[in-house]
Structure formats: C-alpha cells, structure tokens
Design a protein. Structure first.
Ligand code: M6R
Length: 608
C-alpha cells in the first residue's frame, strides 16, 4: 500500500528519499513523488509507474535540499497518474504533503474549500488536507496541521513541509502507521521501518492521535491538543540483508526457502519437549482465564484467514474449546456474540491490516480479551492487543505471503498445546506434538531440496487457465491457500474446495483441460480423498497429488506426485503448503510475471 518517507538533516535528501521509496516498493504502488525544500521554496517531482520513472524525472530536472518528503501511491481516489501522485500542494505551492489512508469526508471539505477560493488540481482525497492546512496557516505549521485535522474524518498518516515554516517536518497519524527515525543531527519519518533502516535503528512508533515535529536536532511528539506525549524509543534488531534478495530471483522464492529457519524462530524457546508443553511469554492471560474461556474467535484476512481455519481445527480437536473463524471485514460489521470469557485471536503478518485491526478493536469493545499473532514487531495490532505471540519470521517482502503462513500455523500449534495441556491433554500427547514440531524444519528442507522437480511440473501448467485445489480436514485450508497463491501471482483462475464438495458442483468443470491438485497426505481422511482422486481421473482431469508415502491405491490415477515427509495430522499443513507455494511461484515466474508485486495488490492493506 502507499508508503511515506521523510528526512530532515544535513545531507542531500534526494537520493536518500528515493532509496527509501525503493525499500517500500514491495508494498505495491502505482506512482511516486518527492518534494524538497530547495532554499527558496518547495520543489516537487512526480511520476506515474515505477520509481525508475521518478528517478528519470529527477535526472531530467534535478532537485536538491536537506528537508523533504516522498511517497509511493496506491490509487484509491482517481487513477494512477502524475497529477494524482503525492506530494500534493496548497494553492500557493508553499505547503507539500504526503498521505496514507482515506479522508472520508473529503467531498464536502473540497466543496467548502472551493467556495472560499481554493483551486484543486487532482482527483484525490488527499489534496483537501493541503488546502485545509493552507487555510489554517498562521505562521506555525504544526498549529495549522492540528486545526486542519480537527475537520477531517477518516484515516491518515501524513508528513507535511512548508516553505513558510521551513526547518521542520510535521507528521501525524490516525489509523495508518508512522514512525520516527532518530539519527545523529538528522531525523526521519516513515510508514515502514524498511525505508530508513539503512540510516538508523532507533525508532519511535506514533500512536493514533499523535503528531511529531521533526527538526534537524530535535523531535517532539504531542497529541492533537499540542500536549507533549512521552514516548519510548525502540531498537530495530533485524538487518538490512533480511530485506534484500540474497541471490534469489525474487523475494517470494527467498522467503519460501527461508522457512526451515523461520519456523524454527517461531518455535525457539517456546516448545518444551520433556513436558510436552509450550511457553508463550507474551499472552498476558491468566491460567484461570485460559482454563475457563468458553469461546475463541479467530479473525484475519487472506492467507492469515487460512491459517486461522487450521487453528480452529487444532484447537477444537485438542483443547476442546469452541472456535469461530471470521473474516475480519465481516466480523467488524455484524453483531457477534462475544463475552468476557471470549478470547479473540487476531492473525496478521503486517499487524496493520485495516479490517483486522478494526475487528480486534470491536472484539475488545465487546469485552473479549485479544491475542495478536503478528509478524511485524511494533505494528499497530501488536501494540493494541492485550497479549501477543510474535511470529519472528522476519520481514516478509513478497506480496504473496509464504513464510508468515507457516509461522502462523506453528504459533497456532503452540497455542493449541498451551490450551490443551492446561485443560485436558496428557503429557504423552503433548510430547507427541512437541516432537513433531521439532522435526518440521528438517522436513521442510527435504521438500525444498526437491524444488527442481516441482519446477518441472510447473512447466507443464504455464498455460493453464484454471486450477482446482482439493483437500480435506487440515488440508482443506491448505487447498484454499494453494489456490490463493496461484491466482494472486500467476493470474490463473484457481479455486480451493473441500474435496468431497466437488461432487456438489465443481465436478462439472472437470475435463482434460482442468488441472486438479489434491492435498492428500496420509492422515485420518486419506482414504476418503483417494476416492475423490478416482472421481476426477474418471472424468479425464489432470491430477497432481501432494502425498506422504507410496500408495498403491493411487497407482495409475495420478499424473504428477509430489512427496512430503510424514508428520502428525495437525502439522501436515506446514509441509503440504510448501510444494503449493513453489508450484505457484514457478508457474508465475515462467509466465514472466512480476511475482513480488502482482498487479492491483498491496503487501499490507491499510484501507477498508
Ligand atoms: O498482513 P496480513 O496478514 O493481515 O494480511 C492479510 C492479507 O492481506 C494477506 O494475507 C494477503 O491475502 C496476501 N496477499 C496473501 O498472499
């Protein structure tokens, strides 16, 4: 989604800001721009398309300055073009502003400003902010920003500069992430730490309703009544190489191959073998609450919603607690039954997904305790939940989520273990789970070692137009995830179904042009899936099976077989999803597509 970076210091800000934008490219965008204070006033360059286009515009007409703001835009109001790209300006061109989020009441505000003589040049909601600040400006930029924001409904993360109050950047946040970077004689503002990590590891996360005033030598955080707010400084402990490709053709491939390590990181210090128990330090939930809670709601979007479905099966099977899985976007607008004995588990890689955050806030308002399973440290969900389990998968850059998914399933398995052992599970059963967890990293590695076989299978399906993914039990959500991975990066239409549901409709689609992927490891429902394989083969479908050992019942009924190691039923998804990630990746890469930044998609969806 949109990205912000700003700088105030002694260096030439142009390259620094453009490089910062490049670090945000993975979030998805369709235009970019930069404004600098050039000594006389504000100067801006913008371009539609990739950052290379912005660089070309800057090369054609260079700009220089030590204070500036920059932005990557993902279009919401108005098409992606140079005019709608940020930064936006007031009538006089002295104020320049970048904005993430949506100003919901921009239409009446625009009409009101037009009546008082303001001229608009773009279709965006953002432009009203620049004009509101202009209307309120009386020599002090932060005061004008406070007055302007008082009129605004919606969400924003903004950074503003003004030639009439020239030595500062003013930033403010409501519903869209923003942080300050602290340097030596310089300060930064960014929507994502990746943009500034090259320069500083000391950051201050802004909360909703807060504003920051940055100068070369100081920063101050205050609320929107201008009252100073004391903030802690956080240290970022991951390195830049985590957000570089490290020799892989795409971030997605790198992240798929990182999974032995990333799930190990999710488990580290949390899975206790000898006691068949798990330690989750950040839960902030009493033993009594965990023993007596009567319902768990898990809410999430996209891939995180798929891991939630796996969590539901694990928790109900082992901990015997009722679980409801809800799309966050639906949950927030219905009238759910929530009590003080409800635990609301919120799953999000980014910790910034607008619907998931809103669903969590709604559950909290209704009295539930909230628990975030979040990857991005310091993100809004991680800061607002009552308790949390960080995934520790490291930054995920590819828009298609891969390593976050497997870490989410591991975190859910650890939670299941914790709940089950507190309620009804024996140490022997607990140990069976901890031992199976411990074996997973090496098992994933064996699948990755045969990636070239999967690449060959992908070759045969580069021109496919449709795909069906079928699985049962724990592997039904994996079927959904396999289909999502394929469609989002290869643009091939794909659907996931519970295998037996096929007979109730989708079977009509099956002919020799329909590839069908069965996720059929040797678990409790394996024999049932074999019957479904036969039904597809009998109708001429092209069958790819992900299974866990040689199976005479499948002989002659499948076209391609991909083997995964054996594990316990609840952990199969961590293994069976790996070939599906690779299959989607290789098909998309062979189609020559932009795997890491698929069209129309953003890494973190911070608008509703
Ligand atoms: O950051 P989140 O986990 O909250 O994101 C949720 C979805 O937007 C995300 O999983 C999306 O579906 C991915 N593109 C899937 O690969």
């Amino acid at each position: 989604m949109c990205g912000i970076v700003g700088y105030v210091g002694a260096r030439n800000a142009t390259t620094l800001l453009v490089n910062g934008l490049k670090r945000l490219e993975y979030r998805g965008y369709d235009s970019a721009g930069v404004s600098l204070m050039n000594g006389q006033g504000v100067e801006t360059r913008k371009a539609k398309g990739k950052i290379a286009m912005l660089e070309a515009a800057i090369e054609a007409q260079p700009i220089h300055g030590n204070i500036g703001i920059a932005h990557t835009r993902w279009a919401t109001h108005g098409p992606p073009n140079e005019c709608n790209a940020h930064p936006h300006h007031d009538c006089s061109g002295t104020i320049s502003l970048v904005h993430n989020g949506i100003i919901e009441n921009y239409s009446p505000l625009r009409a009101m400003l037009q009546k008082t003589g303001h001229t608009f040049v773009s279709d965006t909601d953002t432009e009203v902010l620049a004009h509101l600040i202009e209307a309120a400006f009386d020599g002090n930029l932060e005061e004008a920003v406070i007055d302007a924001l008082a009129l605004v409904e919606g969400t924003y993360g903004i950074a503003v500069i003004s030639a009439k109050d020239p030595d500062k950047i003013v930033a403010a946040r409501k519903g869209s992430p923003l942080l300050i970077g602290i340097g030596d004689g310089e300060h930064y503002v960014a929507s994502d730490v990746a943009a500034i990590l090259q320069h500083t590891r000391q950051v201050v996360y802004l909360d909703d309703g807060e504003m920051a005033i940055l100068t070369r030598d100081s920063y101050r955080v205050c609320d929107l009544d201008a009252k100073t707010v004391k903030k802690g400084v956080s240290r970022i402990d991951w390195d830049l190489d985590k957000i570089e490709k490290g020799g892989f053709a795409h971030f997605m491939l790198k992240e798929i191959f990182e999974q032995p390590q990333t799930i190990e990181n999710t488990m580290r210090g949390r899975s206790v073998d000898e006691d068949g128990f798990s330690k989750l330090g950040g839960l902030n939930l009493s033993k009594e609450f965990l023993q007596h809670l009567d319902q768990i709601i898990i809410t999430a979007c996209g891939t995180s919603w798929h891991s939630a479905l796996i969590g539901e099966l694990m928790i109900e099977e082992h901990a015997r607690v009722r679980v409801e899985v809800e799309y966050a976007s639906e949950f927030r607008y219905r009238n759910p039954i929530v009590s003080e004995q409800t635990l609301c588990v919120v799953i999000s890689q980014s910790g910034e997904t607008a619907d998931t955050l809103a669903a969590m806030r709604e559950a909290k308002r209704r009295g539930a305790k909230t628990l975030g399973l979040v990857n991005q440290v310091g993100s809004t969900i991680a800061r607002e939940d009552d308790g949390g389990v960080y995934l520790h998968a490291g930054p995920e850059i590819g828009v298609a989520s891969t390593k976050a998914f497997t870490s989410q399933v591991i975190a859910l398995a650890l939670l299941t273990l914790k709940l089950s052992r507190l309620r009804n599970m024996s140490v022997v059963q607990g140990r069976e789970i901890t031992q199976a967890l411990a074996a997973l990293p090496a098992q994933i590695q064996t699948i990755l070692d045969s990636a070239s076989d999967i690449e060959k299978i992908a070759e045969a399906f580069v021109d496919a137009e449709n795909f069906l993914y079928l699985g049962r039990g724990y592997n039904f959500p994996v079927a959904l995830e396999g289909a999502l991975k394929l469609k989002e990066i290869s643009y091939i239409h794909a659907e996931g179904y519970p295998a037996a549901e096929m007979k109730h409709g989708p079977i009509a689609l099956i002919d020799e042009n329909m590839p069908v992927v069965f996720i059929a490891p040797h678990d409790a429902v394996f024999d049932k899936v074999v019957s479904n394989v036969q039904e597809v083969k009998a109708r001429g479908g092209r069958v790819i099976v992900i299974t866990s050992r040689e199976e005479p019942a499948l002989a002659g009924k499948i076209d391609y077989e991909i083997r995964v190691p054996e594990t316990i039923d609840m952990l199969y998804p961590v293994l069976t999803v790996i070939p599906l990630q690779l299959l989607a990746y290789y098909i998309a890469a062979k189609r020559g597509l932009n795997v890491d930044q698929p069209r129309n998609l953003a890494k973190s969806v911070t608008v509703e």
